[in-house]
Design a protein around this ligand. Structure first.
Ligand code: 5RP
Length: 218
């Protein structure tokens, strides 16, 4: 089975968590794109979605699913999103698709975070995948210097501007043994909009696409 087929297994398996007449939190990425395809089969049974990126919004609307602003919704029952890495404590690195800030906001208003991944994303210690940090453009060099002090090796993601008009630094060579602490430390640097560590608010359910189908951990 290819990696994309495993992503599809995970994406479609998440459909069982979607309640009728609900508004669904929808993340970003190639795994989520499979979930959006699945959600399209229920489009007449749900109220709509809150989306974490312009790309997901476009795909949802293309399937006829109404997209609500985050500001018009008090809370969501579920948020379905992928991850770049996930550890046994269900802490994640996210932001490979540069949508980390909106992802964190939608996750924050959601009661249940359902993480959909293929089985290459499971790790014991986070940090093999470079940690994305969204930064206000004028703070880029300062934040990079502060990230070096924390032991990382930041690289500017050339040519990428986030949906919020900011830039991304990808921090290499971190071995993240205390994810919650590092999340707080990086978020405290002036000019950082969001770090792609989802540790304070990790996943509640993990659906892993494997060669034998979807494995669900609640
Ligand atoms: C986007 C993300 C994605 O969830 C993450 O990059 C995983 O993407 P994919 O499903 O394409 O492997 O955080 O910002």
């Amino acid at each position: 089975m290819t990696q994309d087929e495993m992503k599809k297994e995970a994406g479609w398996a998440a459909l069982k968590y979607v309640e009728k007449d609900s508004i669904v939190g929808v993340g970003t990425g190639s795994t989520v794109n499979h979930f959006i395809d699945a959600l399209g089969t229920m489009k007449d049974e749900i109220k709509g979605a809150v989306s974490s990126s312009d790309a997901s919004t476009e795909k949802l609307q293309g399937l006829g699913i109404e997209v609500f602003s985050c500001n018009d919704v008090m809370s969501l029952d579920i948020y379905v999103d992928g991850a770049d890495e996930i550890n046994p404590a269900r802490e994640m690195i996210k932001g490979g698709g540069a949508a980390l800030t909106r992802e964190k906001i939608v996750a924050a208003i959601s009661k249940k975070f359902i993480c959909i991944v293929d089985d290459t994303k499971a790790v014991d210690v986070l940090g093999q995948f470079p940690l994305p940090v969204e930064v206000i453009p004028m703070a880029r060099s300062y934040v990079a210097r502060e990230l070096v002090k924390l032991g990382g090796d930041p690289a500017y993601r050339e040519g990428v501007v986030t949906d919020n008009g900011n830039v991304i630094l990808d921090v290499h060579n971190l071995s993240i043994t205390e994810p919650k602490k590092l999340e707080q430390q990086i978020n405290a640097i002036a000019g950082v909009v969001t770090v792609g560590l989802f540790a304070e608010r990790g996943a509640d359910v993990v659906i892993t696409g494997t060669p034998n189908g979807a494995k669900i951990e609640e």
